[in-house]
Design a protein around this ligand. Structure first.
Ligand code: ZN
Length: 152
């Protein structure tokens, strides 16, 4: 966690690359990936510390799963990073600062997203509508039958 906080300090205060968010992925007591928020520097709204750490750890491990790995993040993960942790198969998450701290000191507010996720599709602020389902399902049917597809 000390390394995650160090990364958060560097990216926000030294490099001015993004918010004060740093993260590391650990397995068997060894850091296998680390990352920091670089949303501003990269003009990438998804470049969160946890996303970068997961991406780097997966690349280093040559796998899209990080089984038995632990995420240490300098601040409580946002919904995107928490979802990525599930996708990556992270076994545990430790965080330092809270969502409330990120709001108070950095004006980072995830509450709108948590609220949106709970709403039915028709009530969300970004309109979401279904089109061309039959065409998309044709691909899914072929994918189901594909004998060499990678199992998740
Ligand atoms: Zn995030």
């Amino acid at each position: 966690m000390a390394r995650a906080i160090e990364l958060s300090e560097r990216t926000s205060l030294v490099e001015s690359a993004g918010g004060a968010f740093g993260a590391v992925i650990v397995r068997d007591g060894k850091i296998i990936g680390e990352g920091a928020n670089r949303v501003v520097a990269e003009n990438d709204p998804t470049w969160h510390g946890e996303m970068a750490a997961i991406r780097n750890a997966c690349k280093a491990e040559g796998s899209f799963k990080l089984r038995d790995a632990t995420l240490y993040t300098s601040a409580e993960p946002c919904p995107m990073c928490m979802a990525a942790s599930y996708w990556a198969g992270i076994k545990a998450v430790f965080y330092a600062a809270t969502i409330g701290d990120a709001l108070e000191y950095g004006n980072f507010d995830d509450s709108m997203i948590y609220g949106e996720i709970k709403k039915p599709l028709t009530e969300r602020s970004i309109p979401i509508k279904q089109i061309l389902r039959a065409e998309a399902v044709e691909v899914w049917k072929k994918y189901k039958e594909k004998t060499d597809r990678v199992q998740y």
